[in-house]
Ligand binder design. Sequence first.
Ligand code: BJ8
Length: 383
Amino acid sequence: MDLVKDLPVVFEEFAEQRRNSFLAIKEIKDKGIPVIGVFCTYFPQELALAMGAAVVGLCSMSDETIPEAEKDLPSNLCPLIKSSYGFAKTDKCPFFYFSDLIVGETTCDGKKKMYEYLGEFKPVHVMELPNRQSEQGLQLWKSEIIRMKEYLEEKFNVTITEENIREAIKVKNEERRALKELYEVMKADPVPIEGQNLFKVLYGSTYKFDKARIPGEIRSLVSKIKSEYEIEHKIAKKPRILVTGCPIGGATEKVIRSIEENGGVVVTYENCSGAKAIDELVDETNPDVYQALAERYLNIGCSVMTPNPKRLELLDRLIDEYKVDGVVEVVLQACHTYNVERIGIKRFVNEKKGKPYIGIETDYSMSDIGQLNTRIAAFIEML
Ligand code: BJ8
């Protein structure tokens, strides 16, 4: 990365990264490199990396294809599921188009049933994700990771050695360390950058396929942010907001904008677009690479787990470390697991942490912007 570039230019480059990678994925494909399309944070990307494949997050964040999806699926289904299916059905997602294989996991009911239909458009492999972070759950997940590795070997006619996986673990851990260094700049008070810009980099970096290059780019950006902060570039002091809940991106970035246009600043994301996907490293010292992967990935605190203590542990830590003033939870309409978990999160935030909480239920349309702004403005005003 060119250190001479201004920060806004760098942020826009990351914001454009997803679109720019439409071309990159075609080039990857032309070189004969396998492309694996995924929807969820539970997929152990190290397996794909170990065989030299590219991993790409499939389109699922816009309402563009929802009408087409609703011809086949019920309309009272989570927009993320409808959008994912709609993109596959209409072939409008270049990443889906170039994927040789789609990997799903048995997460929420709607998503796992939707995967049954995706098989009509592309080869699909579904990993059986346990519902509990128990010893039995861990054993099942480890065996599923091994089954996934064997499936990849057979499908792509490759051999994936433990050494390949160990190397991939190091690469992904280094990426996680760098991304953590980035989001930790938001511990400063006042913050050095807006939460919208942090989000652009976190989201954009998932569309960079050369994983080994990411740490260098991110660390250059971090040092640029820090040196500008020391000179004078700071965002005025504002109420510090933690965003939690369903994954956000694309259409749902409206919530981040609403928070920051109404006087707050998002200091941290406890969701799959942020810390939930990055926080924990894979244990590089464990000689059993499958055990190390299984432990790390099963620890992800998603609401599909029952109970889900890991989410509270991460929230607890982030609220303290980022000196959070208020918590905004984003729940997608008809997402039962996050919706049911809302009351537990609200109690935890209000009673255990003594912080205000607001729950926002939304979808991919822009029809609730007015109401969203009114509620968020009132919440921030109160902080
Ligand atoms: S690890 S958050 S990416 S499952 S919003 S489709 S849960 S009905 S997306 Fe998720 Fe993996 Fe968990 Fe993360 Fe279902 Fe809810 Fe829709 Fe969801």
